[in-house]
Design a protein around this ligand. Structure first.
Ligand code: ZN
Length: 241
């Protein structure tokens, strides 16, 4: 880590950045970081900086000008769909994770905060420490599952909008049959967000469940219940006066 980065983050932020960098994805090549990480800080002119991690060979550790950041977090988000967890609350599960972990820090010298966590907390998401209880229901959010041609079998187009009708996520998602059925029959799914390391294409649900439980235990998970429907139901509802 460059001395300039260490100066901006302060000792606590620097120590936390070292820890968060392990298992993080590289901001440049998206590969996992297992050894040395470079820390890239942007926007050091303001009170708020943004922090990325990269392989030393991919990007130098540096403090740079704030680039125009993506307005659509869905562009950089990975979404995993899981059937109801064994011994859990019985709802279908969606897990969102940023492709590349990104943090904010209020300089000087403070904790690093995940870029999306404050937004989700403001919108009613709560920290999840155990998977058995369902998180709070956010009635004004909506997840829409759509079967469309062109997506591999077992996949759906998923769009999640928040209570301001802003798109939180949109994209093709592998949806196990039981997951899709449970979500549509109950009209609800649970949406978790955090660094979990889940693989959106995996069919190994026991491993996925273990990763999710570990993230909850480590305090890396926020959750909420979100109404869930499919496009045909939405269309019918719109046609009913
Ligand atoms: Zn890399």
């Amino acid at each position: 880590m460059s001395s300039e980065v260490q100066r901006v983050l302060g000792p606590e932020g620097t120590a936390q950045a070292r820890k968060e960098a392990q298992r993080a994805q590289c901001a440049s090549c998206t590969g996992e970081i297992t050894d040395r990480a470079n820390v890239v800080v942007t926007g050091a002119d303001g009170m708020r900086v943004q922090i990325w991690f990269a392989h030393p060979a991919c990007m130098p550790s540096a403090v740079t000008e704030l680039r125009e950041t993506s307005r659509d977090p869905g562009e950089a988000m990975r979404m995993t769909s899981l059937p109801p967890l064994p011994g859990g609350h019985g709802r279908a599960v969606l897990v969102a994770e940023l492709e590349t972990p990104q943090f904010f820090a209020d300089t000087p010298q403070t904790e690093l905060t995940d870029v999306l966590a404050p937004y989700l907390a403001r919108h009613g998401f709560e920290p999840v420490s155990a998977m058995a209880t369902g998180p709070p229901l956010l009635e004004r959010w909506l997840a829409v599952l759509t079967k469309v041609a062109g997506i591999e079998p077992g996949g759906s187009l998923l769009t999640i909008v928040d209570d301001q009708a802003q798109v939180f996520f949109t994209g093709p998602v592998f949806t196990p049959a039981r997951s899709r059925r449970t979500a549509l029959e109950s009209g609800e799914c649970t949406l978790y967000y955090g660094q979990t390391g889940l693989d959106p294409t995996s069919r190994d649900f026991p491993t996925q469940n273990r990763l999710l439980e570990a993230a909850a235990r480590n305090g890396h998970l926020l959750g909420a219940r979100v109404p869930c429907t499919d496009r045909a139901t939405l269309r019918d509802a719109a046609a009913t006066p």
